[in-house]
Design a protein around this ligand. Structure first.
Ligand SMILES: Cc1cc2nc3c(=O)[nH]c(=O)nc-3n(C[C@H](O)[C@H](O)[C@H](O)COP(=O)(O)OP(=O)(O)OC[C@H]3O[C@@H](n4cnc5c(N)ncnc54)[C@H](O)[C@@H]3O)c2cc1C
Ligand code: SF4
Length: 327
């Protein structure tokens, strides 16, 4: 596997980056840490002739308790105990991404905008050519659910569910200016594994904003994967909430790693506010979330197992978050 030639651009401001993106009109990808994009390029997955590197754009760097720059490195977040104390679900998730080496280059923005994954897609060009390409790259059919023209590739980032449960917002910049939206709305509810984001063409993720009102929620992120030291999530469950004794004051749960987009379950959790979350009610909640998550057979573990594990992981994550220390 090799990298084909591409033209590399190195803008230094957000405005310059957006102008460049407009001029390259869809013939480019943004390059952050490159830990997802470049392996995909080596496998000849949806290559573009231009890469716009974000490394030199100052405004995208760094992080605080209120704001994560899109180019903040995961390893830097991981090394900050004050950040972990304030945002426990997010700190859990950061520590679960890949390996220390990948986290040294991987960024917050790249993690949130990670390409979706499927074992018929994340393969070399020759492997895919011998099987027949699929509609996510070079082809026009799906090998997982052949009768539908829909891609079921899985959102496999760890950070999104953990940031969604603290009501994070994202700031994006594009040809029409800047806007802010809830992180949950970055993922297209009507889309699929190909049309997975609500970003307009050429829009750049600038930062993630963490609301002060969510500080102090107890949080936990739990991840199911095949090899604990290395693998993408087969399932990721994030929880953040406040309790008085066993009574729920606030509760958010999000599930990632199981469908083309990470999802929050506010209708189910809002119904519990003001009520006691005893074991029976927690079991009911976990089963209801498990029933509504629909993985397909495109990762290592079987969908029925992943689905049953949703309920198990929800129960564990809620129990551990409730016992944990408020941030
Ligand atoms: C061996 C291995 C194991 C891995 N395991 C995991 C894992 O367990 N969990 C996990 O979550 N990830 C995993 N990853 C994926 C990846 O390393 C991380 O998600 C990482 O955080 C991606 O960040 P990056 O900066 O390298 O993204 P890049 O590869 O640079 O970019 C990823 C995508 O985001 C786009 N993008 C990046 N920044 C922006 C921006 N600011 N605005 C608009 N678009 C942008 C890029 O164009 C690209 O499409 C793994 C990768 C490897 C190689
Ligand atoms: S789910 Fe189907 S279309 Fe999507 S990547 Fe897998 S095989 Fe391709």
């Amino acid at each position: 596997m090799h990298l084909d030639p591409f033209e590399l651009h190195r803008p230094t401001t957000v405005d310059e980056t957006v102008r460049l993106a407009g001029a390259l009109a869809g013939r480019f990808d943004f390059l952050a840490g490159g830990t997802d994009l470049l392996p995909n390029y080596k496998m000849h997955l949806n290559l573009k002739p231009h890469l716009v590197a974000l490394e030199d754009v100052d405004e995208l760097r760094g992080f605080s308790a209120d704001r994560l720059g899109a180019m903040a490195r995961l390893a830097d977040l991981e090394r900050d105990p004050a950040f972990a104390a304030t945002w426990p679900s997010v700190a859990d998730a950061v520590g679960e991404v890949a390996t220390p080496l990948v986290r040294a280059s991987g960024t917050v923005g790249g993690n949130l905008l990670l390409e979706t994954r499927c074992f018929f897609f994340n393969q070399s060009y020759f492997w895919r050519a011998s099987l027949g390409f699929c509609l996510k790259a070079d082809g026009d059919r799906c090998h997982v659910v052949p009768q539908k023209e829909v891609c079921y590739a899985t959102h496999s980032g760890d950070l999104a569910p953990a940031l969604m449960v603290v009501d994070a917002e994202v700031e994006v910049a594009g040809p029409a200016g800047r806007r802010r939206l809830p992180l949950a709305d970055l993922y297209d509810a009507k889309g699929d594994g190909v049309r997975r984001l609500t970003l307009a063409p050429g829009e750049l993720l600038v930062a993630v904003h963490l609301p002060r009102a969510a500080r102090g929620r107890r949080g936990r992120y739990k991840k199911l994967r095949v090899r604990p030291a290395y693998d993408f999530p087969e399932l990721g469950v994030a929880v953040a909430g406040r309790w008085t004794g066993d009574r729920v004051e606030e509760l958010r749960i999000a599930v990632g790693g199981a469908e083309p987009r990470p999802r929050r379950f506010d209708t189910l959790t809002d119904a519990l506010v003001g009520r006691t979350l005893d074991d029976a009610r927690l079991r009911e909640l976990a089963e209801a979330i498990g029933k509504s998550v629909r993985p397909v057979h495109n990762t290592f573990l079987l969908p029925d197992y992943r689905r049953r594990m949703v309920a198990v992981y929800v129960r564990r994550a809620v129990a551990e978050a409730r016992e944990g220390t408020a941030g």
